[in-house]
Design a protein around this ligand. Structure first.
Ligand code: ACO
Length: 442
């Protein structure tokens, strides 16, 4: 039997401690390409790539309190090889964009945010990509005319919508779920065959903040935050381990620190174990390429905000990648914080058996609205006191029980604590090696 979320996560949680996990996923939805495509006169829309976006939100609870959260956006980009005329896509990218990770400091036992982050990313890379491709909400739905009298769409006029609602009230035996199944069944979704050649990628932007997902949690003196350089090293170590454990040898890891010389960036890479780490990014293009045609647009991402600014300033078609990275570090939001970086990896994974997502593991919401609604029970709370962590847990568990007759996934940790003496042995040589080197340079 293939592993599930709990089987994977238990190896990253402290031994014999019981945690609860909320894992939300929205329905896969087709979106516009994340990298702006250069307009070509003869572009045949049917032959272009298909980009599918899926949101994942994880929150970990201990002792009836949510204590850790992470949001990751998954993009599946289906690509058609040139001169292939059938409808199948021959290759695909599976790109994970880590949007936000945060803690609130209210956990009653010591757990490693680093380990749980690693475990969750491993889980996402282990999901069978076909899970995302069976039922995809198209970019635009073409509703058959025969069904329009039953559906309320963006085009439905107000009085027609009221009529439809009144009719639905009369059909008291039809639940929302049944109506959803009958009216929005297969013809309204796209489905795709899973390409055999899938390149797995991960990218993220490291920028420390007092809080991201748990508002006001910075007021908890027990919350532990990392400096810019600390956060960079923290992520680098997680991603380096994932590269070693999950990726083929010819995969690549890239690190860019806007405004920093390659020499300085290479210093961060000295401690990595995977051999293919380089200075740069996974977005492609050369220094002279236009940034707009290389940099992907992610939601709530400083790089995307800067690209939008370039559009407003009418400079987007003259700004090349070299200028883009140079000017990016001058932006106010960068100046205010410490070291920030862009980390990316790309390659083929060596996961022998992809896992299939089950209802027990994952709560797949019917709409983005529902996804946001449930997530908001956690992110909409205030965490200046422990009450926020307790309230959000209470609200989420009540909602899941009442609305879906379900509960959070329970996981008993199986990770043995690190032996202290090992750490001393590990850290001592680093200190003794680094000190003489510093002296030699001055
Ligand atoms: N006191 C002292 N040391 C502590 C404490 C504490 N209270 N808690 C953890 N540590 C130590 C750990 O022992 C560990 O040390 P080690 O590396 O020597 O083993 C180190 O700090 C890291 O501990 P973790 O449990 O792995 O991570 P942490 O608890 O610091 O959580 C996180 C990391 C989530 C980034 C946290 O710092 C945080 O919430 N920051 C605020 C939000 C933020 O900046 N998020 C990242 C944004 S970037 C992005 O999301 C893409």
């Amino acid at each position: 039997m293939s592993k599930g979320l709990a089987d994977i996560l238990k190896d990253y949680l402290p031994k014999d401690k019981t945690f609860d996990i909320l894992h939300l996923q929205n329905s896969p939805v087709e979106v516009r390409p994340i990298v702006t495509v250069e307009a070509q006169d003869n572009t045949d829309n049917d032959l272009s790539d298909v980009t599918i976006k899926i949101l994942h939100f994880f929150s970990l609870a201990y002792n009836k309190k949510f204590v850790f959260g992470m949001e990751i956006h998954v993009y599946i980009i289906l690509k058609k090889a040139e001169n292939i005329s059938n409808i199948d896509y021959s290759t695909a990218d599976r790109l994970l964009f880590v949007s936000k990770a945060d803690t609130n400091g209210y956990c009653d036992v010591k757990f490693s945010a680093k380990q749980i982050t690693k475990g969750l990313i491993r889980y996402l890379f282990s999901i069978n990509p076909s899970h995302y491709l069976k039922k995809v909400i198209p970019l635009e739905r073409k509703y058959p005319k025969s069904n329009l009298h039953k559906l309320i769409t963006k085009e439905t006029k107000l009085d027609d919508a009221l009529h439809i609602l009144a009719e639905r009230c009369n059909e008291s035996s039809t639940t929302k779920e049944m109506r959803y199944q009958s009216t929005l069944s297969e013809p309204y979704y796209n489905s795709y065959k899973t390409p055999s050649d899938i390149t797995s990628k991960l990218c993220l932007f490291t920028r420390p903040a007092d809080q991201y997902l748990f508002a006001e949690s910075s007021k908890n003196p027990k919350k532990h935050t990392l400096s810019g350089a600390g956060l960079l090293k923290w992520w680098l170590s997680i991603i380096d381990e994932l590269l070693c454990e999950l990726f083929m040898e010819d995969s690549i890891g890239k690190l860019r620190i806007p405004g920093e010389e390659p020499l300085t960036i290479r210093r961060y890479l000295k401690t990595t174990k995977f051999k293919n780490w380089m200075v740069g990014d996974i977005f492609g293009g050369t220094a002279n390429s236009l940034a707009i045609f290389s940099i992907p647009l992610f939601s709530d991402d400083p790089k995307s905000r800067f690209l939008h600014e370039l559009v407003e300033e009418n400079r987007v078609l003259t700004t090349n990648l070299s200028t883009f990275w140079m000017e990016l570090q001058e932006r106010q939001e960068f100046k205010l914080s410490e070291t920030v970086s862009v980390i990316g990896i790309s390659g083929h994974t060596i996961i022998p058996n992809f896992l299939n997502v089950t209802n027990k593991d994952t709560m797949i919401t019917l709409s983005k609205k529902e996804y946001k609604y449930i997530k908001n029970y956690i992110t909409g709370e205030e965490y200046n006191s422990e009450e926020g962590a307790l309230e959000s847990y209470e609200n989420v568990t009540n909602y899941l029980a009442y609305k879906f007759n379900t509960e959070l996934l329970s996981v008993i940790g199986g990770m043995t604590p690190r032996v202290k003496t090992q750490r001393v042995v590990e850290t001592q040589p680093v200190v003794s090696i680094l000190q003489p080197r510093k002296k030699a340079k001055t």
